[in-house]
Design a protein around this ligand. Sequence first.
Ligand code: M6R
Length: 627
Amino acid sequence: MRKNVYLCTYFFYMCGIVGYIGKQEAYPVLIKGLHRLEYRGYDSSGVALIDKQKELSVYKAKGRVSDLEEFCKSKAISGTLGIAHTRWATHGEPNNVNAHPHYSQSENLALIHNGIIENYAVLKEGLIREGYTFQSETDTEVLIQLIEYVKISNRVDLCTAIQLALKQVVGAYAIAVIENGNPDLLIAARKSSPLVVGIGDAEFFIASDASPIVEYTKQVIYLEDEEIAIIQRNEPPKIVNLNNVEQTPQISQLELSLNALEKGGYPHFMLKEIFEQPRTLKDCMRGRINVENNNVTLSGIIDNKEKFLNAKRILILACGTSWHAGLIGEYLFEELCRIPVEVEYSSEFRYRKPIIYPDDIVIAISQSGETADTLAAIEQAKAAGAFVYGICNVVGSSIPRNTHSGSYTHVGPEIGVASTKAFTAQVLVLIMMALNIAKEKKTISQEQYERTLTELVQIPPKIEMILKQNEKIEDLSKIFTYAHNFIYMGRGYSYPVAMEGALKLKEISYIHAEGYPAAEMKHGPIALIDQEMPVVVIATHNTTYDKTISNIQEIKARSGRILAIVNKYDQKVKDMADYTIEIPETEECLDPLLSIIPLQLLSYHIAVKKGRDVDMPRNLAKSVTVE
Ligand code: M6R
C-alpha cells in the first residue's frame, strides 16, 4: 500500500467538496461539512490533512460519511489544513481506491474534484508515456498527476502548475489541492461546477455550497468560471484567473440559517420538507402578491415586460421533477397567456439540433441551479439569441448566474433527494408568472385574475388541511407496500402531477411506477391492470372530471385497485374507488399545488414501511452536475 493512504475495507458521480485552513482542528469541520454535503453524493468519502510534521495523509472509505468516521475513529488524525470529499461515482465504481482525495504520483499532492474531465483519456495516455502509473479508474487522478507533471517538468510553483494544467483540461471542475510539507496553502479552482469560499476570522473554507460554511461565517465569495482561489494561512484569499491576472472578488452575505439545515425533530428531511410547504409557499409569494390591491408582480417579468409580451413561444427546459413543474407551466402559459409552449428535457434538447428563435423566451427550471444538462441547454439557447429566464432555488448557484433574469423560489435548502417543497414552489412561480403576463397581455379577465389570486393565497392553509391527514395516509400506505408496480393517472393539470407522484414513489421506494394521462390508458397500459395493480387517480373537480370518471370505470371493470384523490363530498368517486384521500377544492390551475401533497406523503410512508433510506435513496444524488 502507498504511504499514508488509509483505505477502509469497504467500497464509489456528483460530489460534494469541502476544505478548511485556520486555527481549529480541520477534521471535525470537514466531517461536519461532508455530512451537510452528503445529499450531493454518498457512495464513498475521504479526507486529506497536513499535520504538525507537515506531512500529508489521506483517509478514505466506501459508503456513507459515517463509514469514514467509523474508519477514522482509531486513527490519530490531526492538522489545521485539510480537504474532504463525498462522492457519487462517474468514472470507476464506488470503492476505496476510486474515492477522493487522490494523490499525485510522488504523493506530494492531494486533490478533491467535483465534475468531469472529459479529455481525461488523452491526458492519461500522455502521462503514461511519461512514466506515470494510475491506481484508480477516475478522471480525477489524471488531473492531479497532470498537475504534478506540469509542476516538475516546468519547475513552477503549485499555483502556476494548476493554472497550466487546467488550461489543458476539457470539462467541468471544482477542485481543491494541498501539498505535502506546506501546511499554509490551500488552492481551489472552478469551472462549471460550483465552489464557494468562506471568509472567517483567521480561517477560510471552501465548499460546493454554503451549507458547510454557514456555521462559521456569513461572508462568502462565489468563484466564477476559471477562477482560482489561493488561500494562504492568515492572509485574505487571492483570486486569480488561469492567466494569473488578479480578480476583484465580490463578497456576498449568506442568508442561509443553520436551522434550515437540521431535521427539526422530523425523522427525515423529506417529511420535514413536505410539512414545510405551507410556509415555503408563503415565503415564495412574499413581496410578489399584494392581497389588498389584488395584484401579482414578479420583478423579473416587469423588468423584461416587452420580451414577455412579444414572445412568440416559450421553451421550458428542465430535468426530473423540475421538468414536471415545466409541464404544468405549459398548461398555465397556454391557457392564461395564450403563448405556445414547448417543454423539453434539457438533456434531449441540447443534443437534437433544436430550432431556437431570438424572440423565444426560454425558461430554465432547476432546484439546485447546478444541473449540468440544463446549464448546457441554457448556453445553447443564449448562443441562439434567446432570452433565458431561470427559476431556481439555490441562491448564487450557476443557473441564476448564467441566465438573463429569473425568479428564486425561496424555499430554503432542500436536502431530501426527492424534491417536494422545491416542486410546489416552482409551480407557484410559474403560476405567478402566468398571472403577471396574462394581466399585462390582457388575456385573462379581471374576474378570473382576481378569483385566482384570492384562491392562491388560500393554498397554504389548504395544504395544512391535507397535512392533517398524514396518519390516514400512513395507514393507507401499509396496504400498498406489497405492490411491485403502480400506475398514476390524471388529466389536464393533473397529468404532470400523476407523473410527479410516480417519480416520487420510484426514487425512494424503488417500486416501479408510471404516470399516465388517464385517457391514454386504453391505448396500451390498461393491459397491465388486474387486481394486483394499484392505480392512483387524481379525480378532482375540473373540466375533464366526467372524462376521468369514465377512465376510473374502465379501470374498475378490469379489477384494478383504485386510490383516488378527490374533493370533499365527492360521493360519486368515493363509491367507485377502493380508497380515497380528500383534498380541498380550488381553481383548476392551482390544483397541482394541493393534489401533489398526498402523493408525496404516500410515497414517503411506503418507502419508510419498506425500510428504504428515504433521504438518500440508492444510486441518486441531489444535484446532478454531470451530464
Ligand atoms: O436541481 P434540479 O431541479 O435541476 O434537478 C433536476 C432533477 O435531477 C431532480 O428534480 C430529480 O429528478 C429529483 N431527484 C426528483 O425528486
